[in-house]
Design a protein around this ligand. Sequence first.
Ligand SMILES: [Zn+2]
Length: 342
Amino acid sequence: MTKLFPTSTAGSLPKPAWLAEPEKLWSPWKFEGDALAAAKQDALLLSLKEQEAAGIDIVSDGEQTRQHFVTTFIEHLDGVDFNQREVVKIRDRYDASVPTVVAEVSRPRAVFVEDAKFLRRHTTQPIKWALPGPMTMVDTLYDSHYKSREKLAWEFARILNQEARELEAAGVDIIQFDEPAFNVFFDEMNDWGVAALERAIEGLQCETAVHICYGYGIEANIEWKKTLGSEWRQYESSFPKLQQSGIDIISLECHNARVPIDLIGLLRGKKVMVGAIDVATHTIETPEEVAATLRKALEFVDADKLYPSTNCGMAPLPRAVARGKLQALAAAAERVRKEVAA
Ligand SMILES: [Zn+2]
């Protein structure tokens, strides 16, 4: 991007109340069949227009067509039985009833490609599309077939690469992989997590990003954060490996987080999507608060590589709150742009 400090979101935005019950993860749809397909497209368009109106530079679908950032993708794959459920601990944090891998996994057809084409047709802004990362997918399932997290991750990486290539052909400018699991399983990340991610981006010409955060502002994550102490140094374990990887952009959480900001220096050379909006509170940041986080990050990221963003997805927030936060983000970026130009 030629524009300095182009703004974006980590991915999800709240859905309209007529589509699904708001402020809830895995919220059930209020329509079925063709009516649901049409309603999802309407919501996608609305979400796009809200981002554009707020002044967001790199826009997304707001994840309006998916119920959840991991499960919706998995639902479209063969080899996973959604009726056969087991309780597992997700990201070592909370129990969830998850589907079971019962056979070889494959992607019989594209998952998000039609949605991406639809988004592309309706905007001239650069677009970013989020997919789950291989390790986070593995961590959201019970595996009775491969019986190896690594083996399953490589299979998912192959499938994600098929989807990513089609998204690129549909005109997506940045493909982002959500890997919150990288903030938890450091040994696995170093052993095979980043390598699997690189398999997922193989052959892509568009830009690629990885989003690593401390999660949505839900109770389980807030409780987990309380156990992390006064300094959150998790990124120290993942950044060196990511700095050496083929991923172009690293998306992370900075605002109201106890992440020592100098850790970003470990990514030197990469573009950094700096999370400068807290998604765990309904309080709307002032542009000055957001700008302060961006200025701190600027000490460790070159100006042309700093992309202001949100800490994580905003799906669980009220719409008006999310809208206010987007406006604060755009206003803050404009403020810092002027300062740097002066
Ligand atoms: Zn996140």
